[in-house]
Each structure stands twice: as structure tokens, then as C-alpha cells.
Design a binder for this molecule. Structure first.
Ligand code: PHE
Length: 449
């Protein structure tokens, strides 16, 4: 079977960054920062990104490119006869779950985009009430979720170069520019000072193990690591791709976007009455329209233009991420069961669509159904970000650091000795010791709670 491949170096970075940058940065990051006390959370988050999640990313790149296969087959090829392929299955299962709850929020984004487009003569309103009303009705969010799922399906069915790579290359640069402009604008709002303090002045009394687990979960979620997304993507990389520098670029881009998102959300939060920093999943959807009103209310056409553009870009960022989650599962079904790519994609879309509907209804008529005190949506988010992704990441590091053939690992990191990598020893140390032990420590603490 001929496998797809990314066509260029830029394609590799933008597709991986496209997977990483998404609702995790612009919706989940501010929500987590808000409910975990601000700057102290950010400090731990940064440590988790660069000491734990980045080594996992490099390890995923190594595994994917050396095996040239989807995430289950990769372990079968590299460790034949051993149970490591179970790590691949864990990733595929997590891929289904992440896509299911992610597409609910992506559906909201689609709804907001359409509202922004059709609402030129806009009057400001109670955005918190509007948001809560919208997500708790059964029908509308489900329709938007289904449309979003369908678009994801369409891009994935088109394949790697024509679908994923082309799409990411056009959209990602546009997204960066808009986010930077918004951050600069938001800093001129009256609550800017308080917002900045919240983001950058750590209050260490707020730190505890729950905050650490949340920060680690957010780091894994934001970089899309731990479930084989990047094992799958890197199986489409060419021999010349520099794995370590690509991973570094993706981590830097992702972190920058998350911080910029914080920079435009929190000044706005502290400028608004009645909205708390810990407002939960609605935070972004409530504060953003307010930012646009306050900053641009006097120039209606500009307010219209910027809000439509922003919602559209948020939607596109969500799409480049959801495509990568879909691809983990589609590539696995397509290659393992020898079905056409289209049929594999249809199976994934149908299953995730149905699970997604359950998550969506859990904001309204199904909010009474809970498991361990969590609604379906909360449960899927918790299980993937806080358990499966860190657990998968730990196994991936143990596999790359201890189990994989040493020479193969070295050859992949240095492109068969043609690259001089100064940070090689440090990276291998992080992969073998710091990342698995870091994740393990936080897990053990949670269990002993
Ligand atoms: N990293 C993506 C985001 O920040 C989410 C994601 C998680 C994508 C897992 C793929 C796999 O939005």
C-alpha cells in the first residue's frame, strides 16, 4: 500500500503545529489558568512542556519515522512479539475520545462564527446568558457538531498532502497574525494590569498536586502528545526532516500562541463585571464578544470584520487539530484492516459523531447523567487529558529511551550521523528519566490522595 507523505519542511512544521495549536491553546489553556489560580499554574505548565512533553514529542517522531506505520503497527514493527502495541491501542482509543468532546467545542465555534457573520447590526448583550442558553439547547449544538465533523471527515478523506498539508500551510500563518493583533489590542483595556498580574505574578500558595496534574494534562493536550498523533504524522516525514529542531519549533509556536491567548483573554476578564477568571468552558465564548464590543464598538464595520475573522480562525485552528485526531484512528483502520481510506474515515466519523452528541447533550438535557460526579463531556476531557495522554507519554518515553534499539534511536535523532546535535545527551536523559519519573510522581500522588 502506498503511504502518503508531507511534501516539504514547512509542511512538516505547520502540520504538526496545526495539530498542536487549537482549542487547547485558545479555549482550554485560559480555562485551566483561570480555574487553577494563574501564574503559578503557568510556571508548572512551562516546566511540563519543556521537560516532559517535548521529549515525548521527539520520541513520537522517532518511533513514527523509523517505523513508517500507524501508531499500533509502529510498535508491532519495532518490538515484534512484545506487548508494546497496546500503547498504540491506548492511543487509538484516546483519539476517538478526544475527537468526540473536542468537536462539541469546535461546533460551538462554528455556531459563533455563523452568528458573527449574520449579525452586522449588533447590540451588546449578556454574553454569559447567551452562551449558557446556546449550549444547553439540545438541537443547535448537535447540528453544528455534525457539520464540523463532516468537514473534518472531508479533509481527512482527501489524504495527507492534498488535504492535511495544504490546509495547514495556508491557515496557520494567518492565525498567528490575528492572535498577536488581538493580544496587543486587549492590553489597552482597563483591566489589563490586573490581567497581567494574574498571568505573570505567581502566588505559590495556590500550588498543590491537583494543579500539577492539571498543568501536566494541559501540556500534553496542547502539544497533542501521548496518544500517537505525532507517531502517525511523523510516519509521513521524509528522511531529511530534522526531528529535534522540528519539535522545538512546534513547542515554541504552541507556547507562544497559548500565552498570547492568555494575554487577550485575561485583561478582558478583569475589565468585565460579573465574569470570574474561573468561569469554566464558557470563558472564551463569553469574554471575546465583550472584547470586541469594548475595543471596536465605535467602529461597527471593524468590529464586524475582526469578530468574524477571529471566529473563523478559531474554527480553522480547531479543524487542523481535529484532523490530526481523526488521522490517528483513520490511518490505523485503513492500514490494519485493508479498507479504503474513505471507508475507514467514515467509521471514525460515525463513532465520534455519536459519542460527541452524548457529550454535547451533557450540557443540557443529559446533565443529570454523571459518572464519578462528572458529565460525559467532563469525563472524556478528564480521562484523555489527565490520564491517557500522560500515561501514553510515559510509555512512549520508556519505549524510546529503554526498549528501542539504541543505534536506531541515535540514527533517527542525527539523521544517520549527518546532523550535529548538541542537546542530544540532555534530551536522552530527559526521555529516559525525567519525563517518565515526572509523570509517574504526579500519578502516584493522585492515587494516594
Ligand atoms: N493539541 C490540540 C489543541 O491544542 C488538541 C489535540 C489533542 C490534538 C490530542 C490532537 C491530539 O487544541
Amino acid at each position: 500500500m502506498k503511504r502518503g507523505a508531507f511534501d516539504s519542511k514547512l509542511g512538516v512544521i505547520l502540520a504538526s503545529a496545526g495539530s498542536a495549536v487549537g482549542l487547547g491553546n485558545i479555549w482550554r489553556f485560559p480555562t485551566e489558568v483561570g480555574s487553577n489560580g494563574g501564574a503559578a499554574f503557568i510556571l508548572i505548565y512551562l516546566a511540563c512542556i519543556f521537560l516532559v512533553a517535548m521529549p515525548v514529542m521527539v520520541a513520537e517522531f522517532v518511533i513514527g519515522r523509523s517505523a513508517h506505520a500507524n501508531t499500533v503497527e509502529a510498535y508491532r514493527k519495532l518490538a515484534p512479539g512484545k506487548p508494546w502495541f497496546l500503547t498504540g491501542y491506548l492511543g487509538v482509543a484516546a483519539g476517538f475520545m478526544v475527537l468526540s468532546f473536542y468537536s462539541v467545542v469546535a461546533g460551538w465555534t462554528l455556531g459563533y462564527t455563523l452568528k458573527a457573520i449574520t449579525n452586522y447590526s449588533h447590540a451588546s448583550a449578556d454574553y454569559a446568558a447567551l452562551f449558557n442558553g446556546f449550549v444547553s439547547t439540545p438541537l443547535q449544538p448537535v447540528i453544528f457538531l455534525s457539520i464540523f465533523m463532516f468537514i473534518t471527515h472531508w479533509v481527512v478523506s482527501r489524504g495527507v498532502e492534498k488535504g492535511i498539508e495544504r490546509f495547514s500551510k495556508t491557515m496557520m500563518p494567518l492565525l498567528f497574525i490575528i492572535i498577536a493583533i488581538l493580544a496587543v489590542c486587549s492590553l489597552s483595556m482597563p483591566g489589563a494590569r490586573k490581567g497581567l498580574e494574574f498571568l505573570f505574578r505567581p502566588d505559590f500558595s495556590k500550588l498543590n498536586m491537583d494543579v500539577a496534574l492539571s498543568a501536566m494534562g494541559q501540556a500534553f493536550f496542547s502539544l497533542s502528545v501521548g496518544i500517537g498523533t505525532l507517531v502517525t504524522y511523523s510516519s509521513y516525514f521524509s528522511k531529511g526532516t530534522k526531528l529535534i529542531s522540528s519539535a522545538t519549533n512546534v513547542c515554541l509556536i504552541d507556547t507562544l500562541v497559548a500565552i498570547c491567548a492568555g494575554l487577550f483573554i485575561f485583561p478582558a476578564v478583569f475589565s468585565m463585571e460579573g465574569v470570574e477568571a474561573g468561569a469554566g468552558p464558557g470563558l472564551v465564548f463569553i469574554t471575546l464578544p465583550h472584547v470586541f464590543d469594548t475595543l471596536l464598538g465605535g467602529i461597527p464595520w471593524l468590529r464586524y470584520f475582526v469578530s468574524v475573522l477571529f471566529d473563523l480562525l478559531l474554527l480553522l485552528a480547531a479543524l487542523t487539530s481535529s484532523i490530526s485526531m481523526h488521522e490517528i484512528c483513520t490511518a490505523y483502520i485503513h492500514e490494519t484492516y485493508n479498507t479504503s481510506r474513505r471507508r475507514a474515515a467514515t467509521i471514525v466519523t460515525t463513532v465520534c459523531g455519536l459519542l460527541g452528541i452524548a457529550c454535547s447533550l451533557s450540557f443540557g438535557i443529559w446533565s443529570c447523567y454523571t459518572i464519578c460526579g462528572m458529565t460525559f463531556f467532563e469525563l472524556f476531557d478528564y480521562l484523555t487529558a489527565k490520564i491517557l495522554m500522560p500515561l501514553g507519554g510515559m510509555l512512549i518515553c520508556v519505549f524510546a529511551g529503554w526498549i528501542m534499539d539504541r543505534k536506531l534511536l541515535h540514527d533517527q535523532l542525527t539523521n544517520n550521523g549527518t546532523l550535529k546535535v548538541h542537546s542530544l545527551r540532555a534530551l536522552i536523559f530527559l526521555t529516559r528519566w525525567i519525563a517518565p519519573l515526572g509523570v509517574g510522581m504526579i500519578f502516584v500522588n493522585e492515587l494516594l490522595k
